[in-house]
Design a protein around this ligand. Structure first.
Ligand code: TMP
Length: 206
């Protein structure tokens, strides 16, 4: 594969979407061809799955269904966009990936991590990111940010859920220190952006 695969992760309210937009703009200015996409979503089919998953009316959704829908959305995005792009030498930046499932459905919901790894290995054919940027923030701080806007089904979860998700992310990152770059999401938007950009550029160049 020619392209480099980079993912951004973080709790709700970590400022990830803002940072993905800034990164996309900067890479365009630098004329570095890349596909910037998001999970769940990124293709017409995956966006439909996204709206089912996040619909706050769907509060009877069983956690295994939730995990499988995230994996289904992911399989489609990979097959339709990510792998073809990487094969054509185009770098891919993805807003969330398998680590989100491990953190949210594994640590947050309490589903078995090995089961989640197995269904995601099937969904992704084992495709792993070269670099994962984790925007770390305490859920107490993050909730203040996202509760100001309309929240989706996952964001409506209580504080303890988001605390388990954050703890999960830190555990996952600890296991793979070479893949992860942890950034303090409480720094200014500009500082976080510069840190992300430096790490991304050094990964793309090496
Ligand atoms: P977003 O707000 O970053 O677009 O993500 C949508 C929500 O979906 C967010 O609360 C995190 C959650 N999520 C999971 O629970 N598992 C996953 O595998 C993914 C990709 C997202």
């Amino acid at each position: 594969m020619g392209g480099i695969f980079i993912t951004l992760e973080g709790c709700d309210g970590s400022g990830k979407t803002t940072q993905v937009d800034l990164l996309k703009k900067r890479l365009k200015e630098l004329e570095i061809p890349c596909l910037v996409t998001r999970e769940p979503g990124g293709t017409p089919i995956s966006e439909k799955v996204r709206s089912i998953i996040l619909d706050e009316q769907n509060n009877s959704m069983v956690w295994r269904t939730e995990a499988l829908l995230y994996a289904a959305s992911r399989a489609q995005l990979i097959g339709e966009n990510i792998v073809p792009s990487l094969n054509n030498g185009i770098h891919v930046i993805c807003d969330r990936y398998v680590d989100s499932t491990l953190a949210y459905q594994g640590y947050g919901r309490g589903l078995n991590i090995d089961d989640l790894i197995a269904i995601n290995d099937f969904a992704t054919s084992g495709l792993k990111p070269h670099l994962t940027i984790l925007l770390d923030i305490k859920p107490e701080e993050a909730i203040q940010r996202f509760s100001r806007r309309k929240t989706d089904r996952l964001e409506k979860e209580k504080l303890e859920f988001h605390q388990r998700v954050r703890e999960g992310y830190l555990q996952i990152a600890k296991k793979e220190p070479d893949r992860f770059k942890i950034i303090n999401a409480l720094e200014s938007i500009k500082e976080v952006h510069e840190e992300i950009l430096n790490k991304v550029l050094s990964t793309l160049i090496n």
